[in-house]
Design a protein around this ligand. Structure first.
Ligand code: OAD
Ligand code: ZN
Length: 251
């Protein structure tokens, strides 16, 4: 890294690296920003998905019941897009942290599966996974990598109608997900908040919980967010550049 004129940044990076290497327990909350360098659009901000699409028409149960084809088509379009993307250095840096520290949990709001693809194992997908389908009738969830459907998909167990296996607005999170996430956030030494606008609950509350439980909170984002006030340190910039720096040895 070019250090000229960046002594403060360098010092901050070193501080974060020190905190990470001393920590016995690390939790991480990620959002769409960590997958942006892989080519996957975020939700808010310029070029965000919610700029051109209305969540009310595409990401609610009401929308699905009104027009299942439209909603499925949007998710299949996103599946196709994600299928052509790969994890980036930020995803891999988190795998490195997981290997180094005993007590670790990655909590992601992302449904793209890129953390898993990178090799993360100890993780909770708070908003589900786009490569799953779930039966409206019996709740059976299956892996589903289909990129198109001629007919609307039906449950292999009971024949009921299937929906994308993601959490929609107004829905509760997958069973046990928030409990594991909160337990980890309240017990960790360091809590990383990466690439999230911090406006969607209950995910954002995890950073507040971590901080009030005594964790050192580090945010990595291009912009200031409501969680910047909660964080002990905000590293401003691209997670795919910053994370490898605080994990690796090459500051
Ligand atoms: P958002 O789109 O709300 O926010 C993405 C954040 O990532 C912004 O704060 C960006 O500044 C930041 N960002 C973008 N590129 C970055 C990069 N290369 N490095 C670091 N930061 C970067 O996405 P989320 O916070 O994930 O929910 O949104 C939360 C939830 O809202 C999503 O899971 C989704 C959405 O509605 C559901 O679909 C239920
Ligand atoms: Zn079923």
């Amino acid at each position: 890294m070019d250090c000229q004129g960046k002594t403060h940044t360098l010092k901050t990076l070193e501080q974060v690296r020190g905190k990470l290497s001393e920590a016995r327990s690390i939790s991480v909350l990620t959002g769409a920003g960590i997958s942006k360098p892989s080519g996957i659009p975020t939700f808010r901000g310029k070029d965000g998905l919610w700029r051109s699409c209305r969540a009310e028409d595409l990401a609610t149960m009401e929308a699905f019941l009104r027009n299942p084809r439209l909603v499925w088509d949007w998710y299949l379009y996103r599946r196709k897009l994600i299928s052509s993307c790969s994890p980036n250095p930020a995803h891999y840096a988190l795998v490195e942290i997981e290997i180094k520290v005993n007590d670790f949990l990655l909590i992601t709001q992302n449904v793209d599966g890129l953390h898993k693809m990178a090799g993360s194992k100890k993780m909770v997908e708070l908003h589900g996974n786009i490569f799953t389908s779930k039966c409206l009738n019996c709740g059976f969830v299956r892996e589903d990598f289909s990129l198109e459907y001629e007919e609307m998909p039906l449950c292999k167990k009971c024949g009921g109608m299937e929906r994308p296996g993601v959490v929609w607005f107004g829905e509760t999170l997958p069973e046990g997900a928030m409990e594991s996430a909160a337990a980890s956030a309240s017990a960790c030494d360091v809590f990383l908040v990466i690439g999230t606008s911090g406006v969607v609950q209950p995910a954002a509350s995890l950073a507040v919980l971590a901080r009030s439980s005594g964790a050192f909170v580090v945010e990595i984002n291009f912009e200031k967010t409501p969680l910047s006030e909660v964080a002990d340190i905000t590293l401003t910039g691209d997670a795919a550049e910053i994370l490898p720096l605080v994990v690796g040895d090459n500051l």
